[in-house]
Write a protein that binds this ligand. Structure first.
Ligand SMILES: [Zn+2]
Length: 488
């Protein structure tokens, strides 16, 4: 996210399982035969947007490998209910940018049916309706495949947020149930905070059939593999493996331009951009440069869409959303930041709630590095100076405890931007000054390779960089994260 403020047999069986579940209607799974456990969770989703009702009907099938013995219930996030009455998705200062006319609008998910292995499954909703605890028909053993289905009717709020509609656009992320990560014997379920990205997203394989009104163009986490007209609607079929999420932005107003010089399709969707070729070239340059610095881009395609979004931008696997309200200069920086997230979020996951400094700090450092390597010395210095100013002011007013950024989003609250983005950038910039820029780039490339597809902890990052750089960096990180030493 970027704020708008300046700123062999089993393998065959596994492949058969994938082939069978990607083409099956999610709720027609009456095959009782036990399946081998999939290596990654598989989401097979059929969603239909009803534009006149501003609703999305969603049928999801989830194939999930049981994480422990004796599992009796599974926890899923229903982020669509973050938009339900009584919940808050933005801070007060963002209401005008998020809701057309500044009028708060609500939405939510109505659960029509939930099943586990073909049997109706009882469930409870908690955390403002965003946490679904679904009881299983029996206790499962570790490694067994659990087949879950959830049928929902999602009402979209009138907002320019992750999920909603506004200005002729539909923002479709987090519209399907998401399995909670399982750590140390229990499911994690963080508060849905109105700031930052309060998610820890593990990689999964996605197959989505999205039915849209005819004439709606759709920027998504991957290009559509098939498009099929159905009366006044069109069904678009997608697959994406090893992704943190699957998201789309749809509108009749969108068109796109494409370039394949990076070795894979790079698309730019826009409504009105007289410099669309320049914008696309910036996206291609960013993705090409980052691949050369940090290793292979993790998805088969990359798409950027300019849309009336409430923040400057947000990242999804294979897709970045940019606010269409940005100036040319702002857009250039947001492209650099969100594209960096394809490595620091997409390729290497981290806990966006507990360790937000990891992907935001690395994304901001990557932007600064890109300026420096392009010879844009003034932009590089200005970026570092802005971070130093923001962080030092916070440190002066709030002290070390109010500036340290090894804290959760809830603990940092509205101070998270200066702490996580500015503090994170300064941390990696001072590390580059300490060990050398080229050495740090090599170490980050090794880290990205080692943790590709995984979720890295701060300890993983520190250990990996220490190994690569031949120096124990534990005390360096601890001192700076906790502000025991001012960041220079
Ligand atoms: Zn970000």
């Amino acid at each position: 996210m970027r704020r708008l403020v300046p700123c062999a047999l089993l393998l065959v069986a596994f492949l058969c399982l994938i082939a069978s579940c990607t083409r099956r209607s999610p709720l027609k799974s009456d095959d009782p035969a036990p399946s081998p456990a999939p290596q990654r969770t598989q989401y097979t989703i059929a969603a239909t947007l009803r534009a006149e009702e501003k609703t999305l009907s969603v049928e999801s099938e989830i194939l999930y490998a049981c994480p422990i013995d004796e599992l009796a219930a599974v926890k899923l996030r229903l982020y669509a209910n973050a938009y339900a009455e009584g919940n808050v998705v933005v801070t007060e200062d963002k209401v005008a940018a998020t809701y057309p006319g500044g009028k708060i609008s609500t939405g939510g998910a109505e659960i029509l049916e939930a099943t586990a292995d073909g049997q109706s499954a009882p469930y409870d909703l908690g955390q403002g309706g965003t946490l679904m605890t679904l009881r299983l028909p029996r206790k499962y053993k570790r490694g067994e495949t659990i087949r879950l289905t959830v049928t929902e009717r999602v009402t979209l709020a009138n907002c320019r947020h992750r999920l909603g509609y506004a200005d002729g656009y539909y923002f479709l992320s987090d519209f399907y149930p998401v399995l909670c990560p399982f750590r140390e014997g229990k499911y994690l379920s963080y508060d849905y905070t109105p700031y930052g990205d309060p998610f820890l997203q593990e990689t999964a394989d996605f197959a989505l059939d999205l039915t849209l009104p005819l004439g709606c163009e759709c920027a998504a986490s991957s290009p559509a593999e098939r498009r099929e007209k159905q009366g006044s609607a069109e069904r678009l079929s997608y697959t994406l493996k090893g992704a943190r999420d699957f998201a789309a932005v749809c509108s009749e107003k969108l068109r796109y331009t494409e370039d394949s010089s990076a070795g894979f399709p790079v698309r730019y969707y826009y409504e009105n951009d007289p410099k669309k070729a320049d914008t696309l070239a910036r996206v291609v340059k960013a993705v090409t440069e980052y691949a050369s610095l940090f290793g292979e881009y993790p998805y088969p395609a990359y798409t950027v869409v300019a849309a009336p979004f409430f923040e400057a931008g947000v990242e999804h696997s294979g897709l970045s959303v940019l606010s269409s309200a940005l100036s040319v200069a702002e857009r250039g920086e947001v492209i650099l930041h969100e594209t960096a997230h394809q490595w620091w979020f997409g390729k290497v996951g981290s806990d966006g709630y507990r360790d937000a400094w990891m992907d935001e700090g690395l994304a901001e450092y990557t932007v600064a590095l890109s300026y420096k390597r392009a010879g844009a010395t003034a932009a590089y210095r200005a970026k570092l100076r802005a971070a130093e100013d923001a962080f030092s002011v916070r440190y002066a007013i709030k002290g070390a405890e109010g500036a340290r950024f090894d804290r959760t989003l809830t603990e940092m609250a509205d101070g998270y931007y200066d702490r996580v983005y500015s503090g994170g950038l300064l941390l990696f910039a001072s590390l580059a000054a300490k060990v050398g820029e080229d050495a740090l780039i090599s170490a980050l490339r090794a880290y990205a390779t080692e943790y590709a597809g995984a979720v890295a902890t701060p300890e993983d990052l520190i250990r990996s960089l220490s190994d690569s750089l031949g120096e124990d960096l534990s005390s360096f990180f601890t001192a700076r994260l906790s502000c025991a030493l001012p960041i220079d």
